[in-house]
Design a protein around this ligand. Structure first.
Ligand code: UGA
Length: 411
């Protein structure tokens, strides 16, 4: 049983409609509603009547100073405490700073009316948007942060079918593991972006370099693709919150700050690359392919597209946008501007354009018909933020091609 306070979301999901684009999710939810395994309510009391274990999955967005905003966690804790009707295990699923389980415990104790027992555990989530169902059912590991035998028993039962490694620890460590994982992933991406920059400066080949380091099994090939940087609702906010956690504990966080600052500069570098061919963008028509922060999602939170499009508009260009899924979300997130056009057809979006910028590696773009693209464009210039084309092939097709890791005068 799921409790949701937002009536619009509740009404959608109760009728089997998923308000976001996430492969396989709608089918799974509908099957589960039909087989009566899944139900929804807006009443916390219903859930407390129904369940002994409650997973807290509310948002912990980035607050003004970078630290995680825990107000939704607090309000759920108060709601649960005021309605508690018997022992419950509360499980933190949301990404929360180390020590939040203690805060949760204190809030619960303050608002509890009777002396009813409860436990708090932390089982962080590691699924990726766009791959959420597969990741959920086939995790690399499950982290179980518990501090009582009862919690351990309940979670052993819930996770008994998962065959992956299970790491039992205390809640503080489990809370930290989530940030440490996302911080490490962000660090890999910023490191590869730094490598792309040195390749650009020296003429070394970024693709061979990535292959060369990735073949070392200690390094691995995953998450070292350079480009326009990491976006989304997780990596950017978690790196900021992790920086704050180090600050709060007076521990040096220079490495994390550099990871963050390398990432923040990536969208600007796309514009620099474009301007190295077109100095004055005023009245130029620029196509942007890929508004989502990554493929297979319609999420545009912290997507590089927001910054790139806004910079293009600032420079008085006209922007033609295309994305297979994220156009509506982008329209909601971006203040409407008369200099932006949206297209359903990727080839139509480049008509008469002076350049094409690629920001998301959607499969549709990987199989672009280059001849058709070139015929439609006014000027065959591609600035590729995800490095989806082979430079030699695309240049053979008559395009001027700029990508991260390619030496400027080679472009
Ligand atoms: C991330 C983590 O990967 C999940 O394990 C975690 O559960 C989730 O955050 C979360 O905290 O909830 P997600 O935000 O869905 O998942 O996206 P990722 O697949 O991690 O991609 C993040 C960004 O990094 C994207 O913009 C992507 O384009 C970029 N990226 C990824 C690169 O620039 N290079 C790479 O090599 C890989």
């Amino acid at each position: 049983m799921c409790v949701e306070s937002n009536q619009a979301i509740l009404s959608d999901v109760s009728s089997g409609k998923i308000p976001i684009f996430e492969p396989e999710l709608e089918t799974l939810v509908n099957q589960s509603i039909e087989s009566k395994k899944l139900q929804f309510t807006d009443q916390i009391k219903d859930v407390l009547e129904f369940a002994e274990v409650i997973f807290i999955c509310v948002g912990t967005p980035q607050g003004e100073t970078g630290k995680a905003d825990l107000s939704q966690i607090e309000s759920v804790a108060i709601d649960i405490a005021e309605n508690l009707n018997g022992y419950k295990l509360l499980v933190e699923k949301s990404t929360v700073p180390v020590g939040t389980h203690i805060r949760l415990k204190n809030t619960m104790s303050t608002y509890l009316k009777d002396n009813i027992g409860f436990d708090i555990a932390c089982v962080p989530e590691f699924l990726r948007e766009g791959n959420a169902i597969k990741d959920f059912f086939n995790p690399d590991r499950v982290i179980l942060g518990v501090e009582s035998e009862n919690s351990r028993q309940l979670l052993t039962d819930i996770y008994r079918k998962f065959e992956c490694p299970k790491i039992w620890t205390n809640p503080a460590t489990a809370e930290l593991i989530k940030y440490a994982s996302n911080g490490f992933l962000a660090m890999k991406i910023s490191y590869s972006n730094m490598l792309a920059d040195i390749c650009e400066a020296t003429g070394a080949d970024i693709d061979s370099l990535i292959e060369g380091i990735g073949q070392d099994s200690r390094i691995g090939k995953a998450f070292i693709n350079p480009g326009v940087g990491y976006g989304g609702s997780c990596l950017p906010k978690d790196v900021s919150a992790f920086i704050d956690i180090f600050d709060q504990n007076n521990v040096n966080n220079g490495l994390l700050k550099e990871v963050d600052s390398i990432n923040r500069l990536r969208p600007h570098r796309i514009i620099t690359k474009l301007k190295s061919s077109i100095q004055n963008l005023a009245n130029k028509r620029i196509a942007v392919w890929g508004l989502a922060f990554k493929p297979n999602t319609d999420d545009v939170r912290n997507a590089p597209s927001l910054e790139v499009v806004s910079k293009l508009i600032e420079e008085k260009a006209t922007v033609n946008c295309h994305d297979p899924q994220a156009t509506n979300q982008f329209k909601k997130a971006f203040n409407q501007n008369s200099n932006i056009n949206f297209y359903d057809d990727m080839y139509e979006s480049v008509r008469e354009c002076d350049a094409l910028i690629i920001l998301t590696e959607w499969p549709d773009y990987l199989s672009t018909k280059l001849g058709e693209l070139k015929d439609k464009m006014n000027n065959p210039l591609i600035v590729d933020g995800r490095g989806i084309f082979k430079p030699s092939e695309i240049q053979k097709s008559g395009f001027e091609y700029k990508a991260f890791g390619l030496k400027e005068n080679n472009n």
